[in-house]
Design a protein around this ligand. Sequence first.
Ligand SMILES: O=C(O)CCC(=O)C(=O)O
Length: 269
Amino acid sequence: MDVNWKTTETAGEWFAKQDKDDLRKQFSDNGYVVVHNLLDNDSLEIYQEIYDKLLSGEIDASKHRHDLGSHEKRKVVDQENVCQIMWPSVYLPGLAQGPLHQRTKAIANVIIGEDAEFDFDMLIAKSPHTETGTPWHQDESYWPDMPDKRAVSFWCAMDDATVENGCMWFVSGSHKRPLRTHRPVKVGHHIRMTDDCSEAEGQPQPIPAGSCTGHHGRTLHYTRGNSTDRWRRAFIVNYRPKDMVAWEREHNFDHGKESMESAIEEVHK
Ligand SMILES: O=C(O)CCC(=O)C(=O)O
């Protein structure tokens, strides 16, 4: 499916207006950046429509859809506690040409380096009253021990993200300190967490729809459950050095992409 992007501003034109020194400083001091107006309203609407097609099953991504909150009892019978859909841009190749991917790549090239390359993308959505937090963790705890640890993950808000519906919280400066001890949330469960962090150590980062945060792979972060009447949808894109993306693939680590082959064939038939 091709996507008809209405925006006339190229990623280069948009990025020319951003304060690069401030982005570099935010990332190096705090371990995360906050970028307002990543998307204009027209583009945001297109992403929201595509997002809803994936969530509703109109675009069938069921083979790559997980409940990150399945260790807790379902709060809303017909909704995942925390819905994750991996690799949306593989289901819809036109997505990667859109402003969300193009602009976050431009930011990644400035804050982690010119060698930053797309690694993977995913959607994480919390439907109304699902009340399930994403526990404190560092993304590095999920990844193999790569020689180059530079990485940035952009969390792009498709809805206004508030404390009540599950905006991101970060521990500023935690990217400069050692990785904390992590464990699965439950024996045998994929989701990892650290017991060694709490809200008292972090700060919430509410952002309006169309804005994003971008955190380092070692920055401690977390979200509360959604206790509101509205959805909280996030579109997440991750970048790391080109050589490290190659390193991951050589070590058969592709963030769940390979298992998508048959699903992708179905979609593109
Ligand atoms: O959206 C969430 O609840 C968690 C997101 C997250 O952990 C991440 O993007 O690394």
